[in-house]
Design a protein around this ligand. Structure first.
Ligand code: NAD
Length: 549
């Protein structure tokens, strides 16, 4: 077994690590020291001469060099990491998975004092106000550190080592569960990991003072995830009740909500009793709406089981159902108390579902997330195929984390889509034309993400003509879509039907559509896109009239 120590600079990782390793006759690795030895220079010098990005890449290699996790019960190695090593999702995957990560939590005030006395110059703090800098670092990194087992790091060294030892003893059995991120947002706590659902849902239910687990799911998600979750909760002593809605879009009907509310009444579900929604975006929207309206609102725990739901629909608090007149016409904002994202559920998802979801991920990348862009360019196709290597290398985990957290940041900035902040509107990149082609196909032919991919190509082409999207950016986005097999063929729909659907959206937007178009590094909103241009671009997405599809 390997123990990994993480925490802010000055939190005592090396001192605790050395003692702990000595006690168990285990090897001790100080990651920063190994980097300095290999480079023949101090970290401060690497920062000064090559910059932080170069240091992070050397650090990533050093983490990879630690090698595979050791699963023997005795402690083989104790690794003290550099304070920032855990920022990189792949490093966290390598360091936390099948190992015992411990966060030495020390208050910023104490750290600032320690660092003032320390002879070592820490590059991120040198020359700045230590207190302010440490507070910023603590805020930025809390979601990464708190995914590890927390240990109060302010005490005598011997007592910290003693408690670390106890913690290692307790955690050894849980090495099959990996928490990668534990973040807070206005839309509830967000936990991402592998094999974590049962434990983290139980924690959330305890936090909500639930007396039982009321699980709402649908048959396919139940088989892929719900059954195992119910068994884990029952083993933890929870009385479990289950309500099954129909699979996929069939769940999003008022009649289904009425029947499910009847089941809650029969179960005598009370105000304050949380519902746990286990399923994809459709189940989450319907069960979320049920939670928003049952007894005028009860807490909700979202457990997304599809890629769309993990990176998009479970975050942000939008819930709702469809009417014959259109999708999502009846709904409510009802932010979940917690979102529990377990990437293990994605293994059973059909390839087409995973691939389509990447349409939304490409959109998030095009909005300005360079690292997400690079990840999709490198590993996107393997992720879509569900290759075991894409899961084992941490590529799937990185994708989910980057895309989900990007959505958290945008929705936190504009919680109720007030429009006061343009942030959330940018999420509509690719959605105007995307929605129009989805509607033109009768919502049954294209998956949402596939439609967004077509819409994204449309937005890029509009951006080109408006002079907003530089050619290299446009080519890069379209090339990425092609490499993922998204929107590669023109659609066999009549132009008039697509334009009609756009017209209906325009009515909802009081006459003027706000187009989100890509720029060199992000996006811009334009309300002045000429109809003639929209028509031309829409036509470019469709099979030309007279040409057989
Ligand atoms: N609320 C929002 O902010 C928001 C955002 C985007 C999309 N949505 C909504 O989400 C819905 C689309 O979500 P979706 O793509 O997840 O579709 P979905 O919920 O219909 O799930 C897709 C299919 O996968 C099955 N499934 C679920 N989990 C599985 C698993 N782990 N293994 C195997 N099969 C599994 C489902 O039974 C279904 O057949 C739409 O209704 C859309 O309107 C909502």
């Amino acid at each position: 077994m390997d123990v990994i120590l993480v925490g802010l600079p000055g939190s005592g990782k090396s001192a605790v690590g050395r003692r702990l390793a000595h006690r168990h006759g285990a090897a001790f690795v100080d990651l920063d020291e190994s980097i300095e030895k290999a480079a023949g220079r101090s970290i401060a010098e690497i920062f000064a001469e090559q910059g932080e990005a170069a240091f992070r890449s050397i650090e990533r290699q050093a983490v990879a060099d630690i090698g595979p996790a050791d699963t023997e019960p005795r402690i083989r190695a104790v690794v003290a990491t550099g304070g920032g090593a855990v920022i990189d999702p792949r490093n966290r995957w390598a360091l936390y998975r099948h190992r015992v990560p411990i966060w030495l939590d020390v208050r910023p005030e104490v750290l600032a004092q320690r660092l003032r006395r320390s002879p070592n110059v820490r590059p991120l703090i040198a020359g700045r106000d230590p207190m302010g800098t440490i507070r910023d670092l603590a805020r930025e990194r809390e979601r990464f550190y708190s995914a590890a087992n927390r240990l109060n790091g302010v005490a005598e060294l011997a007592s910290i080592v003693e408690r670390a030892d106890e913690l290692v003893g307790r955690s050894a059995g849980g090495a099959t569960q990996t928490v990668l991120l534990r973040g807070r947002s206005l839309g509830g706590d967000l936990v991402i990991g592998e094999g974590i659902a049962g434990t983290v849902i139980a924690d959330a239910l305890r936090g909500l003072r639930a007396r039982r687990a009321l699980l709402v799911s649908e048959p396919r998600a139940w088989a892929a995830a719900g059954e195992a979750i119910a068994a884990a909760l029952a083993a933890d002593g929870w009385p479990v009740e289950r309500i099954l809605l129909p699979s996929a879009e069939e769940a999003k009907r008022l009649a289904v909500i009425e029947e499910a509310a009847g089941s809650l009444a029969a179960l005598r579900a009370e105000r304050g009793e949380p519902l746990v929604a286990i399923g994809g975006g459709a189940l989450g929207d319907a069960a979320g709406f049920l939670a928003a309206t049952w007894l005028r609102g009860v807490p909700l725990v979202q457990v997304p089981t599809t890629l769309v739901a993990q990176i998009d629909s479970s975050i942000g608090g939008k819930t709702g159902v469809d009417l014959a007149a259109g999708k999502n016409l009846v709904g409510a904002f009802h932010p979940p108390a917690a979102v529990v994202i377990d990437i293990a559920f994605l293994r059973s998802l059909p390839e087409r579902q995973r691939r389509a979801a990447l349409g939304e991920a490409v959109k998030m990348a095009a909005l300005g997330d360079e690292r997400l862009f690079a990840l999709l360019e490198g590993d996107g196709d393997a992720i879509a195929r569900g290759d075991a290597a894409a899961f084992d290398s941490g590529a799937v985990a990185e994708l989910v984390e980057r895309a989900a957290w990007a959505k958290v940041q945008v929705t936190d900035a504009d919680e109720r889509e007030s429009g006061a902040d343009d942030g959330r509107i940018t999420l509509n990149l690719g959605h105007s034309l995307g929605h129009a082609v989805e509607a033109a196909g009768g919502f049954g032919q294209l998956l949402h993400g596939e439609a967004v991919a077509h819409g994204l190509r449309g937005a890029v082409r509009i951006g080109r003509e408006l002079g907003e999207t530089p050619a290299p950016r446009a080519e890069r986005i379209e090339r990425l879509l092609s490499s993922l097999g998204l929107a590669t063929e023109p659609l066999p729909y009549p132009l008039a039907t697509v334009l009609d659907a756009l017209g209906a959206d325009k009515k909802h937007a009081s006459g003027a559509l706000r187009w989100v178009v890509p720029t060199a590094t992000g996006s811009v909103i334009r309300s002045d896109v000429p109809d003639e241009l929209v028509e031309r671009v829409a036509a470019s997405l469709l099979v030309a009239p007279g040409v057989a599809a």
